[in-house]
Write a protein that binds this ligand. Sequence first.
Ligand SMILES: *Cc1c(COP(=O)(O)O)cnc(C)c1O
Length: 466
Amino acid sequence: MSETYRNAAEQQSDAQLEISPVFARPGEATSLPKFKMPDGMMSGDTAYQIVHDEAMLDGNSRLNLATFVSTWMDDNAQKIYAETADKNMIDKDEYPATAAIEDRCWRMLADLWNVPDANDTIGTSTVGSSEACMLGGLALKRLWQEKRKEEGKSTEKPNLILSAGVQVVWEKFCNYWDVEARYVPVTEDHLVLDGFELEKYVDENTIGVVAILGQTYTGLYEPVKQISEKLDEIQKDTGLDVKIHVDGASGAMVAPFCQPDLEWDFKVDRVNSISTSGHKYGLVYPGVGWVIWRNKAVCPESLIFHVSYLGGDMPTLALNFSRPGAQVLLQYYQFLRLGREGYRAVQQGSIDVATYLSSEIEKLGPFTLVSRGDTIPVFAWKLKEGKRNWDLYDLADRLRMRGWQVPAYPMPDDMADLVVQRIVVRLGLSRDLAGLLLDAIKEEVDFLENLAAPIPREKPRTNFAH
Ligand SMILES: *Cc1c(COP(=O)(O)O)cnc(C)c1O
């Protein structure tokens, strides 16, 4: 196929190529190889247009209510992004200012999450929560291994306790690092990990418990304090001292501002480490996460590499080597721009839109809310019992035809028979836009309720929701 392009290109003189309109040039006007690198070159303008046009076929990210990840930043942020796209976070020597800003950002988060001693803590930026969770999990594993070795005991069978509703990163963690995942089932009575029957899962090989602040399926918080109290009881009975990693991918950037009385952070003694996605409710474009440890002792020294930095020593721990520095600068921009007051205003605004939407959707009739969007601004609903010619997948399809992405998906394992539909409200979904979304939902529900027969379906569908 590349021949087609070359032949067409050869038929035009350079001068002609220079002046022909973009869409009449070879490249736009011919078919291009999809899976082989082209043999020759093409004009930058044409290549730009081709990439630009194909990207246009993606959905409109602002209408994507499936993702937790930021899809809007202001003009200043766009400017910083463009100015700093070349910065490599690992090059602390070349970019000492960016390195200093990274350090400031995680210290601000450590303070926000109430570390006991600001001078005795460690943290880092990451590519996202996934890398941050991996590091938190690795630290738990290494701590357990070191303790077991000291006691002359086996380190062969580590296990980690988590809700069946965890985000996929924890399945990856257990798989990649040979840790047995002990899933606590999600049930109608225990939609989140709440300490119920935890004693059945904990043993001497338990490296820790993961508590999720903002379960991806429903947006619900796992009660960190309550889980911790259950672990206190377990310790009293068995002597086992089990620590917690809080996966605060979304909630760790919402709770400090909107639920200041909730006890979930380093104020809870058993919390070893906390991770979050800077690119979710940290309000930065994709590519940044954070993880912080309670103190240096709970982040084993054996995981830390020392690089020299302006003649000094810079401890680093990360899975990646090179990665973009721009997102870290954007995070700092948001911290400065918004401050606590601004974050509170933004997140509360999203919670207000979410609770408005959930209460209106509840009123429509066919739905029961699974959550209301008053923790993180994320909520889910299910269909009431009864015979009808449609289901939530059909509603998701209808909305998608109008550009809105509102996924339907089954709950995890034990509850997989239950299909829910979810909306993630983020900065950028204004109350006004939400009103228009609601109109669309009403119209489509009306349409579906009036169907004379079910919509034919080739195979059961699942949507990627987390
Ligand atoms: C999004 C999410 C993750 C993964 O985070 P990324 O930043 O996408 O890598 C992990 N845990 C929870 C609870 C999440 O919501």
